[in-house]
Write a protein that binds this ligand. Structure first.
Ligand code: ACM
Ligand code: ZN
Length: 620
């Protein structure tokens, strides 16, 4: 009796599954929106139907290879469950690791072919296969993770793709505000889907030390915590009360660091930890005040608001500081397998060094020219130390002041000047100029945005104009530009939702700047594609900035004294409606005339939904 009941249940379950499958939607995709835009993509008239009967064949890669496991997990997330077959057959996703190196593709490139028999993913490396799969993911409907499609009919195409730059970075400041392990993983997922491959993790600063130290436990007990002012605007925080509990902050344990590094590696992302030397160190100096300059009687505290000028600096003349830094490196190095450690070097105010007898004695003893040379000496000492453990250093462009070793890599952030100087000297360079790459800057009119860095603006369009190769380098010098990255400083960003709002959709533009050849880039095409990505990202539960739906105004004087008002916006397919105070909304189709000083209002619709609140403009 029991057995019959069981059989009945199983039959019911299968019946329900069959009904469900029969009810699943079918969809055809004939227009792909891939970001970053591939090097070459040719469409064909064939089609392939991807469905639950589609199988997987992996050739020259083990079935238990992490890249294969990742791919299968993702496919199951779309509610398909392909069986792995032992030989090539029709209706198949075929993952082929090339037996002979295909020089066109290099280590990161891939070929992707969709035809009537299935999809062929080809690469020289697992990383290349991984990127081919990211592209394939973007060929599926935007809601593939939510909707249980019965089948997806894909239009045939042939893609050849490889990156323009080897360094495609994303920096995240977890000192100004702390972000959890799962938030970091969500960020790494985002990076992977846009083929970004370097995660620059800003772990220490004036506002908190975020990595476990076993040797210097006060870095965590004291340096990782501050008073909580997250409910007050940055810059308007009340002072800390005496003995007020430090409840805001945290740090990653060594196990958590290992977990994140492994998660990144599974997505072919290298992690670069940044430990700030010699400035941006309030968190260190509150924990270990003896590492400050002689005669400096400042009471340092972990900061919870703007800290400018950043006066805190580790003493350059104290041997204990060098011992401390080397000990910290000894703890950091085993946690991060990638070749680089970022040592900061930016914005170090050296007033204390000018007054400190120990710093001055070191300058004299070593015959250094000045305080810049003292910073340069400190950094070289640490560089030589980490080199003995097979690591190289990266520093912000201030490391050029006072001289830098040939092997240091320079991150050019104060414009492109530092990058040009460094490349001419034969140093490797990563370009991250504020004007294009700082995603903590406003992305649209500040009147309609959550607070961000004052007096700043980096629109999506501006990001899209970024080219890591600056003018003024010859072909030989250009080879030293490894690539570029976007930076997210989190003074004004205290939730992950806000971080995503600032990153997206600008990160999509950055990914295309760093991957796609200049000839394949096109703003009109990008803004149409990014609109579809915004939908995809929202479905994946990312918070996407809406400012690219926000129109902006330009005006021109007319002969009759009025102004011609032209509206423009970033997302292709948006519908903008406008009205004056006494008129009703009308669809914007062409520039219109208004007397100077007239107020008008706009709203934006995209695919039938209101995407932006009312914006008010004054024609002038
Ligand atoms: C920086 O933005 N201080 C590197
Ligand atoms: Zn000193």
């Amino acid at each position: 009796m029991k057995a019959i009941k069981y059989l009945y249940r199983v039959l019911c379950l299968f019946g329900a599954m069959a009904i469900f499958a029969a009810c699943g939607k079918t969809v055809a995709v004939d227009n792909y929106a891939i970001i970053p835009q591939p090097v070459e993509m040719t469409m064909s008239s064939e089609t392939f139907v991807f469905s639950s009967s589609t199988t997987c064949y992996v050739e020259n890669v083990g079935q238990n290879d992490p890249s294969v496991k990742y791919i299968l997990r993702q496919i199951r997330g779309w509610h398909f469950n392909p069986s792995i077959v032992g030989k090539l057959e029709g209706d198949c996703l075929h993952f082929l690791l090339n037996p002979d190196y295909d020089k066109v593709l290099g280590d990161e490139g891939y070929r992707l072919t969709v035809d009537k028999d299935g999809v062929l993913f080809q690469a020289n490396t697992e990383k290349g296969l991984f990127y081919a799969f990211q592209t394939f993911t973007q060929m599926l409907p935007e809601d593939i993770t939510d909707e249980r499609y019965k089948s997806v009919t894909l239009t045939g195409c042939s893609i050849v793709d490889y990156p323009r730059f080897e360094w495609r970075g994303s920096h995240f400041d977890v000192s100004r505000h702390f972000f959890s392990v799962s938030e970091m993983k969500k960020h790494l997922d985002l990076m992977a889907s846009y083929k970004l491959n370097k995660f620059h993790w800003h772990l220490t600063d004036d506002h908190g030390w975020r990595i476990e130290s076993s040797n210097y436990t006060l870095l965590n007990d004291i340096g990782s915590w501050r008073v909580d002012r997250d409910n007050q605007p940055w810059g308007e925080a009340d002072p800390a009360g005496e003995d007020e509990p430090r409840t805001n902050g945290g740090y990653y344990s060594k196990e958590q660091i290992a977990e994140i590094v492994a998660y990144a590696a599974e997505r072919y992302i290298d992690v670069i930890p940044e430990i700030e030397i010699p400035g941006h160190c309030c968190a260190v100096l509150e924990a270990y005040p003896e590492l400050a300059c002689a005669g400096d009687d400042t009471t340092y505290t972990v900061q919870f608001g703007p800290y400018w000028p950043p006066r805190a600096i580790l003493c350059g003349g104290n041997d204990s500081v060098m011992t401390f830094l080397k000990d910290v490196m000894d703890e950091i190095i085993p946690l991060f397998p990638y070749e680089y450690i970022h040592i900061g070097g930016d914005e170090a105010w050296k007033e204390n060094w000018k007054r400190c007898p120990r710093c001055q004695a070191r300058i004299k003893k070593l015959g250094l020219a000045d305080e810049e040379a003292l910073q340069s000496w400190m950094i070289r000492e640490i560089e030589n130390y980490v080199k003995r453990q097979q690591k190289n250093i990266i520093g912000w462009d201030e490391i050029l002041d006072g001289g830098v070793s040939k092997d240091a890599t320079v991150m050019s952030w104060q414009g492109v000047k530092g990058g040009i100087v460094a490349a001419r000297h034969g140093n490797k360079v990563i370009m991250t100029p504020t004007d294009f790459c700082y995603f903590n800057f406003y992305q649209a009119n500040p009147d309609y945005q959550p607070p961000a860095m004052p007096n700043s603006l980096v629109t999506l369009h501006k990001v899209y104009q970024f080219d890591p190769i600056p003018n003024g380098l010859n072909d030989y010098q250009k080879r030293f530009i490894l690539g570029g990255q976007c930076n997210l400083w989190t003074e004004y960003i205290n939730t992950n939702e806000m971080a995503e709002y600032m990153l997206l959709p600008r990160l999509c533009a950055m990914a295309e700047d760093l991957w796609s050849p200049t000839a394949a880039k096109n703003w009109e095409s990008f803004r149409a594609r990014v609109a579809r990505h915004e939908q995809r990202l929202r479905i994946l539960d990312y918070k996407v900035g809406t400012s690219s739906f926000q129109p902006w105004m330009t005006t021109a004087k007319r002969d009759d004294g009025k102004l011609t008002v032209t509206l423009n916006w970033e997302v292709e397919g948006s519908h903008i409606y406008w009205r004056t105070d006494d008129g009703s909304y009308q669809l914007y189709t062409q520039p219109f005339a208004l007397p100077a000083g007239t107020t008008f209002h706009t709203v934006t619709f995209y695919q039938g939904r209101l995407r932006e609140c009312q914006y008010d403009f004054v024609a002038r």
